[in-house]
Design a protein around this ligand. Structure first.
Ligand SMILES: [Mn+2]
Length: 296
């Protein structure tokens, strides 16, 4: 099957990261950071995201962004996204400078597979205050996938955005990007949603889930993806396909934590406390369960 072949290729070329029992990883996907305009789906959750990421920074986590971090289909220039969310990028840069940040590209930021684009947009930024260039993610190499090697059990976990094998997202992406820029970006204002998007089309999301489950079954490996914007945490009787969900759903962001050899699905939301003050709180939605609970 085509999707399986595409996923196999990404797996074979994936960046290997060794983790052990003391490792702490947070995985978020589909931030879709935009220009802070009306079509920026990230804007409304920015405070939650910034607060959550600060927590993970202080707690010593490594941050893996699993694709579609920036919305480069709706927005032509990364520089405009950077200016709109500079504080967030500065925090991500602090992770990177400590070798604690890894970027996987998805379909909406697939041009990050092109080294010259990455060099021109991500290595450095222009600081208006001091009228000078400052390093952002110097020499960063965004990748299509990551192979987390959990060394105590010699176990591989495949991290991938999940659009592989999808015709418009994976192969015809210049067309998909054009349609979003010309049409769906503007129609979103009137309540229409893009039918080619797995995030907005339930049938498509189910198809994406199926492909990823198939890969997990065939390769006998754990797989963690994003792309569908639907969080998933399998029971131990199901194949180990996990989905982080997204950072753009209303009021909440979801992500996957791997800590001390255990995996959990978490949610950060704004909730009122007993006095009526709004607070950002972290809930565990599923888990934690040891990584070997699924057999492979
Ligand atoms: Mn996507």
């Amino acid at each position: 099957m085509f999707a399986t072949q595409r996923l196999n290729t990404v797996f074979q070329n994936a960046k290997k990261l060794k983790i052990g029992d003391s490792s702490k990883i947070i995985i978020f996907s589909d931030c879709h950071r935009g220009d802070y305009g009306w079509s920026d789906d990230f804007a409304k959750n920015r405070n939650i995201f910034y607060y959550a990421l600060s927590f993970y920074f202080n707690e010593g986590y490594t941050y893996i962004e699993l694709g579609d971090g920036d919305e480069l289909w709706k927005n032509r220039f990364f520089s405009e996204i950077f200016v709109a969310h500079q504080q967030v990028f500065e925090l991500m840069s602090r992770f990177y400078m400590q070798d604690r940040f890894h970027m996987v590209y998805g379909n909406h930021d697939v041009e990050r597979s092109i080294p010259s684009v990455v060099k021109n947009t991500l290595y450095a930024y222009y600081d208006e205050n001091i009228q000078q260039k400052r390093p952002l993610f110097p020499d960063i190499q965004p990748v299509g996938g990551i192979r987390l090697c959990y060394t105590p059990q010699d176990r591989d976990i495949f991290l991938v955005h999940g659009h592989q094998g999808d015709l418009v997202s994976d192969i015809l992406w210049p067309f998909g990007r054009l349609m979003v820029r010309l049409m769906w970006r503007n129609l979103q204002l009137f309540g229409f949603s893009d039918p080619t998007s797995a995030a907005k089309n339930f049938t498509k999301a189910v198809r994406v889930d199926k492909r990823l489950i198939n890969w997990s079954l065939q390769q006998k490996k754990m797989i963690i993806a994003g792309h569908t914007h639907r969080p998933r945490y399998p029971t131990t009787a199901q194949p180990p396909y996990f989905n982080t969900g997204s950072v753009v759903s209303p009021h909440c962001i979801t992500g996957i934590e791997i800590r001390h050899g255990q995996i959990a699905l978490v949610r950060w939301c704004v909730k009122p406390d007993f006095s009526g003050s709004l607070r950002i709180v972290r809930d565990i939605m599923q888990g934690p369960q040891p990584l070997d609970a699924w057999g492979y």
